[in-house]
Design a protein around this ligand. Structure first.
Ligand code: CAA
Length: 698
């Protein structure tokens, strides 16, 4: 037998224990072990088999690392069929997370018991596939079509009590999985309980599958796995079990061969790799209990809210008692949202707002803080004054962080006598909701300060990405380039509405002009003014139509008008009729004859600009690995997860073709389309961005 499955005999019961840390994934050895274990139990004359997992969990699913490699027999469907067909009584005892293939194994056993904290689910669609070991055929037979469609198309995990109600598990019992499993199996044997193969249960009643398919497809914004899974569940209602299994397999294999599957699995592993930095191995973060936040606007209040929700105490510094009270009002508003969603209760709400939060107007109040984050006005002189004051009052070893989105963290750190303690912590608005945190490491930032930045990110539930210092760090620097590509296309003949639609069809949550309206057009205006003041490169194309919108007081959603008109509310946008005349006037002024753009060309140019700048960001070491860029765009900029991130998309699209396009556009605009040296190098060497990720992990 393989070591992945332990075998033990307790009276009439053969006990199979999964021992494949960390999550008992159903890799090849585990599958072989299960086959052998069942056969041995039968050979030895056992009456029943109990299956459970060692460590933190029952099987958490198929081994995702095996996806895309040549399949090795026995496959999981075969293992599940073998378990179900055994003449012995087979029982699962579940704890931790029985997910995907894990739940499919459980559904092929005849009875299921779980501890109260266990969670179950079929999250395959989140990896771009569907349950491929009978989940789409067995779950509807056990729990009904409606529940099965809900679980399979959303991939959500449910708690043991909900699973009990749905009939997915038969009993909940507190205790060690081995002991509760043994007791339950003995009880079943004593009662002469019959085997209960789900495949022999009646086919479930159908629903209007076309309607469900269409609504799931729409919700997925281009993601195909949930809608494909609907068709597999449909097969459970229309075909005999064995035929349904065949249909499930066909659909599973179709999805397995898609770019979306590759994109989603890249996202799964990158999300976990992003905060693992070799340089931080063994580096202890500094103490984090009390933090200070300077500035209580939308950003500061959001950061304070996130910190309070994570159990930190917060001192919020504002310029006046009135401003501090207003900030408290914003924080309370945010926490009320958490209260409504059931994340906290009323007692928590009172504690967080009245005990954990202190308002202050004097820097002295920050003298005991372990970490202070400033979220004041985005202007260098203002930030410098803040850091001079922090240097004067903060205790030695306190981490001093700036939430700047563009400014030079080295210049800010130089205002203090402790640049080693200074770091950038770039949150995204609203900071208590958005998952991304850029941890910006300046020249002299100490490793344990970097580790503290990551520790804070983890505590706040963020995806933290290490970034180096440059104008805009990783995310905003790349954003500024692809936004410029969009602006160029507008000058040349596309409209903001065509661009937004093309990119939303590509899978972005919102197109760039709708995003600009949401963020506030004044933000981009301020950046443009600053860049012009610093001096634009004479070769750069510039445009002023967006400034004119701002000059007329149109800042987007917050003023009711921007690229769109929001008269009927923030969700119902219609093109603002003032915009196209401004654009047309600018084209005329610049002597440009507008041309047609196809949606395909819009996406290609926008994405190529994004990839080219991303390659520069990686090549210059601002991002350490391509996956750091991918996760930044995914978690901070609405990039479609099923495409994995811009550099994963580029790998799948083919780097040589992209470079060819960039070179051909460089003939018209050599300044903007200057190819990234890293992209040229990868193409010359026949390698991909993912090769760089793999080298970094090795
Ligand atoms: N296969 C391979 N590795 C896996 C894995 C899997 N199914 N699930 C988790 N891991 C790895 C993670 O990559 C991580 O590795 P590193 O330590 O090297 O980064 C390690 O196990 C621990 O995982 P987490 O850090 O995520 O630990 P956690 O305790 O926060 O969460 C979990 C545990 C809830 C199980 C979470 O890992 C998870 O959601 N895993 C994926 C579950 C899943 O999607 N299962 C379905 C698989 S597809 C399937 O089963 C197809 C089918 O029908 C045949």
């Amino acid at each position: 037998m393989t070591d992945a499955i332990g075998y033990e005999r307790i009276g009439d019961i053969a006990v199979l224990k999964a021992q494949n840390p960390p999550v008992n994934a159903l890799g090849y050895d585990v599958r072989v072990g299960l086959m052998e274990g069942i056969a041995r139990a039968e050979d030895e004359g056992a009456k029943a088999v109990l299956i459970y997992g060692e460590g933190n969990t029952y099987f958490a699913g198929a081994d995702i690392r095996e996806f895309g490699q040549p399949p090795k027999s026995p496959g999981l469907p075969e293992v599940c069929d073998r378990i179900e067909a055994s003449p012995l009584l087979v029982v699962s005892s579940m704890h931790g997370t029985a997910l995907g293939g894990g739940l499919e194994v459980a559904l092929s056993t005849h009875y299921r018991i779980a501890v109260p904290t266990a969670r179950v689910g079929l999250p395959e669609v989140l990896l771009g596939i569907l349950p491929g070991a009978g989940g789409t055929q067995r779950l509807p037979r056990v729990a009904g079509v409606e529940a099965a469609l809900d679980l399979i198309t959303t991939g959500r995990h449910i708690r043991a009590d909900e699973a009990l109600k749905l009939g997915i598990i038969d009993r909940i019992e507190d205790g060690a999985p081995r002991e509760i499993g043994l007791a339950y199996t003995k009880e079943l044997l004593d009662q002469n309980a019959p085997r209960r193969p789900v495949s022999e249960m009646e086919a479930p009643e159908p629903v209007d599958f076309d309607a469900v398919h269409d609504s799931v497809l729409k919700k997925g914004r281009g993601q195909i796995s949930p809608a494909t899974a609907v068709r597999a569940v449909q097969a459970a209602t229309e075909l005999p079990f064995a035929e349904g299994m065949k249909r499930e397999r066909e659909l599973f294999m179709e999805l397995m061969n898609t770019d979306q599957r590759q994109g989603l699995i890249h996202a799964f592993f990158s999300e976990r790799a992003v905060s693992k930095l070799p340089e931080l191995k063994g580096v202890e973060p500094r103490r984090l209990a009390a933090i200070g936040v300077i500035g209580g606007g939308t950003m500061g209040a959001g950061i304070a809210t996130a910190a309070l929700l994570s159990g930190l105490t917060v001192t919020l510094l504002e310029m006046s008692p009135e401003a501090a009270e207003a900030a408290k009002g914003r924080i309370k508003g945010n926490l009320q949202g958490a209260l409504k969603r059931g994340k906290i209760d009323q007692a928590n709400f009172e504690t967080l707002t009245e005990k954990s939060l202190t308002l202050a107007t004097d820097y002295d109040a920050l003298k005991d803080a372990d970490l202070v984050i400033e979220a004041v006005f985005e202007e260098m002189d203002v930030k410098k004054k803040v850091f001079t004051q922090l240097d004067a009052v903060c205790k030695p070893g306190a981490v001093l962080a700036t939430n700047t989105s563009y400014l030079d963290v080295n210049e800010i750190a130089a205002m203090t006598k402790r640049p080693q303690d200074v770091i950038g912590l770039h949150f995204f608005s609203p900071a208590h909701v958005m998952k991304l945190l850029e941890v910006v490491v300046a020249d002299e930032t100490a490793p344990d300060v970097v580790a503290t930045g990551f520790a804070l990110g983890k505590r706040l539930g963020k995806i933290s990405v290490r970034a180096g210092v440059c104008d805009g760090f990783i995310g905003n620097r790349i954003l500024s380039t692809y936004r410029t590509a969009a602006d160029h296309m507008i000058l040349d003949g596309a409209s903001p509405y065509q661009i937004d639609k093309a990119l939303e069809d590509f899978g972005f949550a919102m197109g760039p002009f709708a995003v600009a309206d949401l963020a506030g057009l004044d933000i981009g205006w301020a950046v443009r003014k600053r860049k012009r003041a610093e001096g634009l490169d004479p070769r750069a194309r510039d445009s002023a139509y967006a400034d004119k919108l701002c000059e007329d007081g149109h800042f987007g959603q917050k003023t009711g008008k921007g690229y769109y008109d929001y008269a009927a509310g923030p969700r119902s946008r219609v093109p603002n009729p003032d915009v196209m005349p401004l654009i047309e006037a600018e084209r005329a002024e610049q002597g440009i004859t507008p041309r047609e753009f196809t949606d395909e060309e819009i996406v290609r140019r926008y994405m190529a600009a994004m990839v080219n700048e991303s390659a520069k960001v990686v090549g210059e070491g601002i991002a350490r690995r391509p996956l750091d860029v991918d996760m930044t765009l995914l978690f901070g900029y609405g990039f479609p997860r099923y495409r994995g991130g811009p550099l994963k998309w580029a790998d799948l699209e083919g780097l040589p073709g992209l470079l060819d396009d960039i070179r051909s556009w460089a003939k018209e605009d050599p300044y903007f389309w200057e190819p990234a040296p890293l992209l040229e190098k990868l193409v010359a060497e026949g390698r991909t961005f993912d090769d760089l990720n793999k080298e970094a992990a090795a």
